[in-house]
Write a protein that binds this ligand. Structure first.
Ligand code: PLP
Length: 455
């Protein structure tokens, strides 16, 4: 490439998230220049179907004029104001009302932040503050799950249950514990039914809370469907059994809806698809179709009352971001939620999801495929070395990253997850024809990988 190309300048100047910096110095970036619908285009003009909507987030696809208009209108009207010390502005009030109207269970108030990580950190601080306010400051431990993903700031990275988010960072911080992953394919015992597996996981959680002392355990964080940990759909009855344990020990449930919220699982919230009744709900990503950064934490009346009593008694709830409820991001989110209503996003997902789920499941017989899983417009295809034992390939073979590379030549941007799983989470507006195209191209890439492995 020419010396002044974006690629060369990138290598010289940008430190990339989640990137092997040495390999990047050698291989350079994929430069994306524009988007349209479910596709993005690189600097050579080549088009790709974005099978994960960027990072599970550009729900309305990669160009939406109404969101552009909403942003510019708000920028002209009031480009910035904040919510500190009781100030407000209309976009954040509109958005809070819309979220409360749409909440999966009755919620009382909405706190705004800028990212999923910040939303989860904020939720942890609210829980700690709340328990201080109601006179039980020792009830502060938080439990999440191995392979859960909740972000990368110090506290949310601690919630995250993936080794590479902890290693070399001295994480998790004290008081954040992890319980088992609800993945039947890998973690169930031979012959164990989904229900028996769910019962065992709930018993393990119960035992962990009892061992720690229920008076020290404050909350349990869970994604309805684990996303970055591998698109893991919990076994039947899982959340019902988990919630019975939480109730017994008076432990709050936080639903991390950062990926699942706004239609992804085939209901408006993953909590509805999976039967969760959270006390606190965090969301981001599709909240604004990711056109601007914004996230939200919804709290129920009980938590709000505690926080309110606390800020009267203990002193101000000392937490908030310069950009909490940023008016331009909030205006874009309001417009996004209006569009979801107008196009009946949930109805659309329900209509097109079988094309994706059936299409991917048709690949289950492929020699490289171990498990195909998913619901709504989220799914994963897991590659295995041994279909009988479910053993994955030696990680050193980098099987999934190889498939990602091959797929680029088939016009697909794929995302690989742990255990050589390939994620599918396309823009929610994807059509059936586009899904068929995506699945066909993926099948061709898989065949090409099999040829290179002679399988
Ligand atoms: N929670 C979940 C379920 C996520 O998938 C993510 C990001 O992928 C986060 C939290 C963190 O969000 P962010 O990257 O915006 O901080």
């Amino acid at each position: 490439p020419p010396r002044n190309s974006t690629a060369i300048r990138d290598v010289a100047s940008v430190l990339h998230p989640y990137t092997d910096a040495r390999a990047h110095q050698k291989n350079g970036p994929l430069v994306i220049t524009r988007g349209e619908g479910v596709r993005v285009f690189d600097d050579q003009g080549k088009s790709y179907i974005e099978t994960v909507a960027g990072l599970w987030c550009a729900a309305l696809g990669f160009h939406n004029e109404r969101l552009v208009q909403a942003a510019t209108k708000q920028m002209r009207q009031l480009p910035f104001y904040h919510g500190f010390t009781g100030r407000t502005h209309e976009p954040q009030v509109d958005l809070a009302e819309m979220l409360l109207e749409r909440a999966p269970v009755p919620m009382s108030k909405v706190f705004f932040a800028n990212s999923g990580s910040e939303a989860n950190d904020s939720a942890i601080k609210m829980i700690w503050y709340y328990n201080n306010a109601v006179g039980r400051p020792q009830k502060k431990k938080i439990i999440s799950r191995l392979k859960g993903y909740h972000g990368v700031t110090i506290a949310s990275a601690s919630l995250t249950g993936l080794p590479y988010n902890h290693k070399f960072f001295d994480l998790p911080i004290a008081g954040i514990l992890h319980t088992g992953t609800p993945h039947h394919y890998h973690n169930a015992r031979p012959g164990e039914s989904e229900e028996a597996f769910a019962t065992r996981l709930a018993e393990e959680l119960d035992a962990m809370i009892v061992a720690e002392g229920p008076e020290t355990v404050a909350a349990f964080f869970a994604e309805p469907v684990m996303g970055a940990g591998g698109v893991i759909i919990p076994p039947a009855t899982y959340f019902e059994k988990i919630q019975a344990v939480l109730k017994k020990h008076d432990v709050l449930l936080v639903a991390d809806e950062v990926i699942c919220g706004f239609g992804r699982t085939g209901e408006y919230w993953g909590s509805q698809s999976l039967g969760m009744r959270p006390d606190i709900l965090t969301c981001a990503k599709a909240l604004s179709s990711s056109y601007l950064p914004i996230s939200a934490v919804m709290v129920n009346e009980r938590v709000f009352e505690g926080l309110a009593d606390g800020s009267a008694g203990l002193g101000t709830f000392g937490h908030g971001f310069t950009y909490s409820g940023h008016p331009v991001a909030a205006a874009v989110a309001v417009e996004t939620l209006k569009i979801y209503d107008e196009i009946d996003i949930v109805g659309h997902v329900k209509r097109v999801a079988p094309t994706m789920q059936d299409g991917l499941r048709a690949l289950a017989g492929h020699p490289l495929v171990g498990e195909v899983r998913g619901m709504g417009l989220i799914g994963a295809v897991e590659l295995v070395a041994d279909k009988a034992t479910h053993a994955n390939f030696d990680p050193a073979l980098k099987i999934a990253p190889r498939l990602v590379k091959i797929a680029e030549s088939h016009g697909l941007i794929l995302r690989s997850l742990p255990n050589d799983s390939i994620a599918f989470s396309p823009p929610l507006v994807i059509t059936e024809a586009e899904i068929t195209d995506m699945v066909t191209r993926f099948g061709a890439a898989l065949d090409e990988l099999a040829v290179t492995l002679r399988r």
